[in-house]
Design a protein around this ligand. Sequence first.
Ligand code: NAD
Ligand code: WQD
Length: 339
Amino acid sequence: MTVLVTGGLGYIGSHTVVELLNSGYEVIVIDNLYNSYPEVEGRIKEITGKDLTFIKCDILDKAALDLVTSKREIDCCIHFAGLKAVGESVQKPLLYYENNITGTINLVNSLTENGCKKIIFSSSATVYGEENDIPYIETMKKGTCSSPYGWTKSMIEQILTDANTADPELSVVLLRYFNPIGAHPSGRIGEDPQGIPNNLMPYISQVAVGRRDHLTIFGNDYKTPDGTCRRDYIHVVDLAEGHVKAVEYAAKNKGTSIFNLGTGTPYSVLEIVNAFEKANGIEVKYEFGARRAGDLPEFWANSDKAKKELGWTAKKNLEDMCRDSWNWQKNNPNGYRED
Ligand code: NAD
Ligand code: WQD
């Protein structure tokens, strides 16, 4: 069975490709390398001892996509390709709407015109918005997103749902990720943000490795147990395994299904800093700063549905997440760049 993975050289995509190859799937990756590096292909092959096909392709280029989808039998597509920086999306909303939404429409047209009816989409907990109670559960109505990035996820969910209504032969799986962190235990692939990291764990790792002086904790006056925000952090390898389960699920089920992929356990920013220090025996300097616009005090997943219907639960704990994040960072202080 052949799986097309868009954005497959990126952070979550690369870990998912490893799990797909280890599970015996043939994998074709397309990526425009906007936020990833060609080196990732070789590292995936090194980890798995298996081959994959990589084609440099932009999902905004429908003709290039058609060349990929028309020449090969594709059974299922996992769609990661997209821009994901929340703050940048506020500054450049049209870039985000064009890349994420137009790109997805091109992809779905190209896949369905060439006989692929199974699509798994990288959605996000951000679609629950600010109105919903916690923990978030799939039956909740979606809420008001705090950024254009979030709206692209919410809108793409709707576009795929509507496409499925028009074509009941489609299988659409919407996976809502919580906060992915960690890296492959080999330390060969991991998260490598460009510039100043927006997300917590890459920031902590870059402080630990000496690339940044200290972490600023955005707010310590929230109504949470220690005043800092709480999130549902999930190890990226667990998340990747969730995608393999989703591929199996899509092979057997038509229609649109939504699954939360989280652990169900929230940790505060301070707890993450402390756990990182303890797991790795290294100090992380931090200061408290102002709240970051758009941050919710706390949210986490109810992942019962994924357990029941996908047969998936997260297996790795916070110590694993902290150890593997650091293992990746210390072995690749400058990420995939040689300098
Ligand atoms: P990432 O940036 O590492 O990976 C995305 C990949 O898509 C990159 O390799 C990039 O080069 C590629 N890409 C972007 N635009 C493209 C285009 N037009 N054509 C072809 N390739 C393109 O991000 P990630 O963290 O691995 O996230 C993967 C997906 O999961 C994204 O859609 C993201 O929005 C979603 N997601 C991520 C998180 C998270 O916290 N990382 C949480 C929820 C959802
Ligand atoms: C986590 C906590 C920050 C950096 C984002 C997106 C979401 C999803 C996952 C894609 C928050 C605090 C962070 C720092 C800090 N992505 N923090 N200092 O905001 O929960 O979610 O990534 O879909 O859509 O919004 O994750 O890692 O940015 O922040 O104190 O330098 O760490 O305030 O409480 P977030 P994050």
